[in-house]
Design a protein around this ligand. Structure first.
Ligand code: GUN
Length: 302
């Protein structure tokens, strides 16, 4: 984590997700090595990509590379956009039954002709590394131990590292998606925060945001949340990754929070890029390791 960078206007601590994620990946690699030495077990992650969505291709490449760097086996299955639902189900069934595969991730979004919820729930709950299977969603909702979605898990890790105890804090999650908003709100509730979930129909969104000690932005709208929506000293987690055009005809990545103005008010903020993004894949590796251990009834020492 960096302290203030010395510039006059920025007061917020920048939460360095890149460094945090590198540290987490190092810890995971150490545990993977322990598993190899003591149990001759190599965790394996299968990633299934259907179609040629460019952003998905970038993520999948990155996942494969980091899986191998952590000492795990990576199995990539790239299928054409025309793949039938039956063929996709057959592949998932094979992976469910493959003892070398401990984690299965089907990259979303899927092509329109495929029933996404049905595919998500066809992955064995014991091999779900996204935390999207209904059984894992139910566990999170009821407070049972299970697999937690990667982006919210990474966001929570950074929040706890920065703030310590979260109990009693007021938190707002802007966005109600199944991938980020809803599980993030449940995780914060589990930490005994008082949680508001805001969305497109929320009245006086700036006013709601100004009440919050913790603000998690996951709406997918570039720079929507402004500095004057933020309570002074609040901790801001920006989940958004939006590519916008610049005046010179190029493009750049921005979050859902207007970073410049927010950093003048917040106590701490995650940058985009280099904040939540790197934590998502690190948490995917964490979930894969967890499933490999559970499937083999192994408890890993810290
Ligand atoms: N597409 C964008 N984010 C995710 C994710 O976390 N998991 C999967 N499976 N697909 C995604």
């Amino acid at each position: 984590m960096n302290e203030n960078d010395g510039s006059k206007r920025s007061v917020a601590t920048i939460i360095d997700g890149k460094a945090f994620a590198a540290n987490l990946r190092g810890e995971i690699a150490r545990k993977v090595e322990w598993l190899k030495q003591n149990h001759s077990l190599i965790p394996g992650l299968a990633v299934v990509l259907v179609g040629e969505d460019p952003a998905s291709q970038v993520y999948v490449r990155s996942k494969g590379k980091q899986t191998v760097e952590a000492g795990m086996n990576s199995y990539e299955h790239k299928l054409s956009a025309e793949t039938s639902q039956a063929d996709l189900l057959k592949l998932i069934d094979d992976l469910n039954n493959d003892p070398d595969v401990h984690g299965i991730l089907v990259q979303l979004p899927l092509p329109k002709h495929i029933d996404e919820p049905m595919i998500i729930n066809s992955v064995a709950a014991e091999k779900d590394v996204d935390g999207f299977h209904l059984s894992n969603v139910g566990k999170l909702a009821t407070g049972a131990e299970g697999i937690v979605p990667c982006t919210p898990l990474g966001s929570l890790m950074m929040l706890k590292d920065h703030l310590g105890e979260l109990s009693g804090k007021k938190a707002i999650v802007v966005g109600r998606s199944n991938i980020v908003g809803k599980p993030m709100a449940l995780l914060l509730l589990r930490e005994s925060c008082t949680v508001t979930i805001a969305h497109s129909r929320t009245q006086d969104l700036p006013g709601e945001c100004r009440e919050a000690d913790i603000l998690v932005a996951a709406v997918g709208r570039p720079e929507m949340i402004k500095g004057d929506w933020i309570k002074p000293g609040a901790t801001v987690i920006d989940v958004g990754i939006n590519r916008i055009e610049t005046e010179d005809g190029g493009n750049r990545l921005v979050g859902d929070v207007e970073f410049e103005s927010a950093a003048e008010v917040a106590g701490a903020i995650t940058p985009v890029p280099g904040g939540v993004g790197p934590m998502t894949i690190a948490c995917l590796l964490h979930n894969t390791l967890q499933q490999a251990c559970r499937l083999n009834d192994i408890a890993i020492p810290d």
